[in-house]
Ligand binder design. Sequence first.
Ligand SMILES: C[C@](O)(CO)[C@H](O)COP(=O)(O)OP(=O)(O)OC[C@H]1O[C@@H](n2ccc(N)nc2=O)[C@H](O)[C@@H]1O
Ligand SMILES: Nc1ncnc2c1ncn2[C@@H]1O[C@H](COP(=O)(O)OP(=O)(O)OP(=O)(O)O)[C@@H](O)[C@H]1O
Length: 313
Amino acid sequence: MTVRAQSKVNLHLGVGDLREDGYHELTSVFQALSLSDDVVLADADELSVQVRGEDAAAVPTDRTNLAWRAAELVAQRAGRAPDVAITIVKGIPVAGGMAGGSADAAATLVGLNELWRLGLGRAELFELGAQLGSDVPFTLHGLTALGTGRGEELLPVLSRNSFHWVLALAKEGLSTPAVFRELDRLRAVGNPPRLGGADALIRALAAGDPAALAPLLGNDLQPAALSLQPGLRRTLRAGTAAGALAGIVSGSGPTCAFLCSDADSAVAVGAELAGAGVCRTVRVAHGPVPGARVVDETRGGPPHGTDHRGMES
Ligand SMILES: C[C@](O)(CO)[C@H](O)COP(=O)(O)OP(=O)(O)OC[C@H]1O[C@@H](n2ccc(N)nc2=O)[C@H](O)[C@@H]1O
Ligand SMILES: Nc1ncnc2c1ncn2[C@@H]1O[C@H](COP(=O)(O)OP(=O)(O)OP(=O)(O)O)[C@@H](O)[C@H]1O
């Protein structure tokens, strides 16, 4: 069985104060993007994880892999052994701020619910997802949603039309906790900008107008990501110089996401950015797309032809 795991970008990421539990209160408008991983699940005698694709060497294959932890959690809920062979074909950059590990965990929850015929409802899957990480519930949900709390309390947001994105993938990843810590440090020594509400952005999404949406994109984590990787300023400048409507750091970074006026513009911006020497590679993507979902019910066997990806995802 193959389950598609979609990435995300935060169109608006307002970060509140540090809570006593070590998390920050967030106001996040998420959009699920077409850049994806495939998670292949096959019956086996024991739990295992294999990773393929460009970034595979950077991903653990032991119980620290979020998909492994998802399998253990759902098996525990079902009262059965977590015996499944998990093959992850990475398309989402690792430690890139696009919720790659979270999406793999979401795909594992959805897939095992089907493979083991557990009959868990959406609410139960969301509750298991929230135990695995703040971004997992959204990667189950997909489309466009407003997240509050630590990002796991979701409300759907109406989004008309498809939006077209160029993603600039960085050479080195960034650790999410390190970026939140850097923001706390910047706030302790200065006054980095804080986003206002997301109402205007939510209206622009409902209108389906990229030109109206572009100036409203914002990310409170961006100053912290730029502080840890100053070269990202050049990447952001190069994207808008290439014709994107706007560029932001995606989540905790370091991937930069550029909103373009249409699909043709995204291809042109992607080509120019790829030649500008400001990132490892570029991908073109669109959103919103649905959350983690089964795309091939065949039991067992890795997918064919999914690990050679062009610029369009
Ligand atoms: C930056 C975002 O991607 C935006 O969607 C998410 O907030 C991060 O979500 P995630 O990677 O699923 O994060 P988790 O695995 O839940 O948390 C990792 C670490 O990030 C920090 N963290 C995460 C979420 C949050 N609301 N406040 C935080 O301070 C904490 O240090 C936490 O220990
Ligand atoms: N299935 C997985 N895919 C990628 N990384 C994983 C996975 N499971 C565990 N990891 C570990 O988690 C770290 C963060 O990876 P991930 O790609 O999820 O980051 P991210 O996209 O920045 O996360 P987020 O956007 O949710 O904050 C990696 O450096 C890796 O060690």
